[in-house]
Design a protein around this ligand. Structure first.
Ligand code: AR6
Length: 174
């Protein structure tokens, strides 16, 4: 698996799948979620409504992932996952690990070979960027998957630099 870091807007990525940092409602929101629904068009929300009505009447649980098509985005699928809200009282990192694992599992089910991830939970959900980067990079590199091309698309320079430093610190994969 090749892991690359990019700075930019995840909605522009022409990967097989892009991952959405959603919330349990699957009904959209701000940040990545808002951008994906805005640029992807209403078809994504319509599929999310169907998922709520069929499989997830209580909402998508934190740490799980589910796919829809990608509407007007250049990708083929959107994989929606719900990151944990950061807490100083409780270690929720296993749930963040689960977001990356489950997203790659769903990507494998779809037959996706390239996947773009945002920094899940590192915006509205308050996760410190360095810890978010360590969990994100450490997890994807440890997962056995058919996905060959994983891209982290970081929105701003600070996030990009943090991911770069963490990736360098992890050393070579082989
Ligand atoms: N492309 C790439 N990264 C982005 C983009 C974009 N277009 N927009 C923002 N980011 P967030 P969360 C960065 O808040 O913390 C939503 O309201 C952003 O700078 O999108 O998991 C949902 O509905 C940050 O570094 O996701 C949920 O309620 C990172 O993506 C809640 O926010 C994640 O920020 C989820 O919060």
């Amino acid at each position: 698996m090749k892991v690359t870091l990019l700075q930019g807007d995840i909605t522009r990525q022409a990967t097989d799948a892009v991952v959405n940092a959603a919330n349990s409602s699957l009904m959209g929101g701000g940040g990545v979620d808002g951008a994906i629904h805005r640029r992807g068009g209403p078809g994504i929300l319509a599929e999310c409504r169907q998922l709520r009505a069929s499989r997830y009447d209580q909402g998508l649980p934190t740490g799980e992932a589910v796919a829809t098509t990608a509407g007007d985005l250049p990708a083929r699928w959107v994989i929606h996952t719900v990151g944990p809200i950061h807490s100083v009282r409780e270690d929720r990192s296993e749930l963040l690990v689960s977001c990356y694992r489950e997203s790659l599992r769903v990507a494998d089910e779809l037959g996706a070979r390239s996947v773009a991830f945002p920094a899940i939970s590192a915006g509205s959900f308050g996760w410190p960027m360095e810890d978010a980067a360590r969990i994100a990079l450490g997890t994807v590199r440890s997962v056995v998957t058919q996905v060959e091309d994983v891209r982290f698309v970081l929105f701003d320079t600070a996030a990009y630099q943090t991911f770069q430093q963490v990736l360098q610190g992890l050393g070579p994969t082989d």
